[in-house]
Design a protein around this ligand. Structure first.
Ligand SMILES: [Mg+2]
Length: 332
């Protein structure tokens, strides 16, 4: 179907996938897609929600956590404040009196900070290298995109001030320049949809020329809404480099229309060549002789009817041992 592209690891295509040689602009999500600085954030947010939401009679903590998890992940990719608005709504619908969503957001950030400060500190002191806290093989992809002259954008639901600091610590600013966007206090003044609309408007390009990479609902959905090509990064954040897809992300992101799903960027260069319909660049000759026909999988709209994933490549990948996310003591 797609000729001679060969992949090292797992790459899953939706039936709708088609190459897009006209791609000119590329949008990345930040947390979970590129950055692992905030890895483990759901392990802070979920228990906080379960603690704050009043229990229904007979409801277990585990059930409340499940409810919280679904709420949180459905909004993943939007600004954090939307998750906190949802929390306040849950408290209210159960007869409680919620605090302001902004109060919850500050409390969440306070708790998260204690979990991630050793990472930002590690980057500042040089104990950790930037690439230790980037999703596996991010850097070669960004370099290749720049080499090809594509325009790169970064948009995050995390507060812009943190995104910019963390992008600096991860040595990402040189790839994105001024095109780094995040949440602002007046939360109605920023959204990923706004960033996308602005890219299309300012450059007078159709949505078909947009390629996005993300691990959250929102960026995948927004990209598909304008007719762009969406690559879901079902990153296994706690075991960076494992080559395994996060199953929850894989299913949900295919469900909102992702064209391709990858676990990390190990196959990003041959994938990019396939999308852009170009030969691999000479410095990245990705084993062209090996032939593997890509196969599509069904769109898992109804989860219980979902076919088994059929993917190309081999796993585990020889010679690419799993790297953990730079510290042994992460909470899962
Ligand atoms: Mg994300």
């Amino acid at each position: 179907m797609f000729g001679t592209t060969s992949f090292e690891g797992l790459v899953q295509f939706s039936p709708a996938f088609k190459p897009r040689p006209g791609i000119s602009h590329v949008l990345f999500d930040f947390d979970g897609t590129l950055s692992l600085i905030r890895q483990g954030w759901p392990e802070v947010m979920v228990p906080m929600f379960a603690e704050v939401i009043p229990a229904l009679p007979g409801e277990t903590e585990a059930q409340r956590r499940q409810l919280a998890f679904e709420d949180i992940m459905r909004l993943n990719g939007k600004q954090t404040i939307y998750q906190m608005i949802q929390l306040a709504d849950r408290v209210r619908e159960r007869g409680g009196t919620p605090r302001e969503p902004l109060w919850y957001k500050h409390e969440y950030l306070r708790r998260l900070e204690t979990k991630i400060q050793h990472r930002t500190e590690g980057l500042r002191t040089g104990r950790l290298r930037p690439d230790d806290l980037l999703v596996y093989r991010t850097r070669p992809l960004l370099e290749e995109l720049q080499r090809r002259g594509l325009h790169l954008y970064l948009a995050s639901g995390t507060d812009e001030v943190f995104v910019k600091q963390e992008a600096d610590l991860l040595d990402l600013t040189r790839h994105f320049g001024p095109h780094i966007y995040g949440a602002v206090d007046d939360y109605k003044k920023f959204s990923k949809k706004m960033v996308i609309d602005r890219i299309l408007r300012e450059h007078a390009i159709p949505g078909e020329q947009l390629l996005s990479f993300g691990d959250g609902y929102v960026e995948i959905q927004n990209t598909k809404e304008v007719g762009g090509l969406a690559v879901a990064v079902a990153s296994d954040e706690a075991n960076n480099g494992s080559g395994q897809m996060d199953e929850w992300k894989r299913q949900r992101l295919l469900g909102v229309g992702a064209d391709v799903v990858i676990p990390d960027f190990r196959d990003a260069l041959p994938l990019l060549s396939l999308i852009l319909q170009t030969a691999p660049s000479p410095q990245n000759p990705h084993r062209l002789p090996a032939v593997s026909l890509l196969e599509s999988v069904g769109h898992p709209k109804a989860e219980h009817h979902e076919p088994e994933p059929r993917t190309t490549g081999s796993f585990p990948t020889p010679g690419a041992p799993a790297r953990s996310a730079a510290e042994p003591d992460h909470a899962g």
